[in-house]
Design a protein around this ligand. Structure first.
Ligand code: DC
Length: 219
């Protein structure tokens, strides 16, 4: 499906990236994880000792996406592969704030639009259907209960050898959702023409099949 773009939005830990990767592989499309771009900028923000001027930080930043057959999308920040650090706790805790800043959004959104210009992209994030790709041929707004999202995140963490507390995860996810939904610039919200897909209680295969069925109905 080289001729379409798919926008996949939704709150934190709704399973967007897992599903987007599957859908992209099935359709020979390229998956773009936009959250990782905001995480990479946050990683730099934390490393340069919390600069006051985010515009300066952005002016001094290069960010590239490359693809590795085994590892998938890699984020190259100022020439360094920072992908392994993007899920670290301090990055997760600060990313909503950094992503709410205007210079950061302009920088990331422009890159995302460039990446999708030639079509054939499955892109996940918070504002893809509303701001980045308002003309995407298919828009999905993926939701799931906080309980289920926290459980999935706990399992993810377990697989990475990280112990986590379910109540804490619920709190962290809810806090991030509230911030992402209430920020001034391009808040998380469903595009009017997006299809809402509640993944609570559904398997990865079920959700993937559902999205593929929407794709097959496109003209
Ligand atoms: O999808 P994620 O958890 O990796 O996203 C991390 C944060 O980045 C999320 O809390 C909000 C922000 N984000 C955003 O503002 N816009 C996007 N398109 C993607 C992510």
């Amino acid at each position: 499906m080289k001729s379409i773009n798919i926008a996949l939005d939704g709150p934190a830990a709704a399973g967007k990236s897992t599903i987007a990767k599957r859908v992209a592989a099935k359709l020979s499309m390229i998956y773009v994880d936009t959250g990782a771009m905001y995480r990479a900028i946050t990683y730099k923000y934390l490393r340069v000792n919390q600069p006051k001027n985010i515009q300066h930080l952005i002016d001094d930043t290069t960010l590239e996406l490359t693809y590795d057959e085994e590892q998938g999308q890699l984020i190259i920040l100022d020439g360094e592969n920072v992908t392994p650090f993007l899920r670290e706790n301090d990055v997760t805790q600060h990313v909503s704030y950094v992503a709410s800043q205007e210079p950061v959004r302009t920088f990331a959104v422009n890159k995302q639009k460039e990446l999708a210009a030639k079509k054939g992209i499955v892109m996940d994030g918070r504002d893809i259907g509303t701001v980045v790709l308002p003309d995407a041929e298919l828009k999905i707004y993926m939701i799931a209960s906080v309980e289920e999202r926290a459980k999935r995140r706990q399992l993810d963490n377990e697989e990475r050898g990280i112990d986590s507390n379910l109540e804490q995860l619920k709190e962290e996810i809810s806090k991030r959702d509230t911030f992402d939904m209430n920020r001034e610039i391009s808040p998380l919200r469903k595009a009017e023409d997006a299809i809402t897909l509640d993944t609570t209680g559904k398997s990865i295969d079920e959700v993937t099949t559902e999205i593929l069925s929407y794709v097959s109905k496109l003209n």
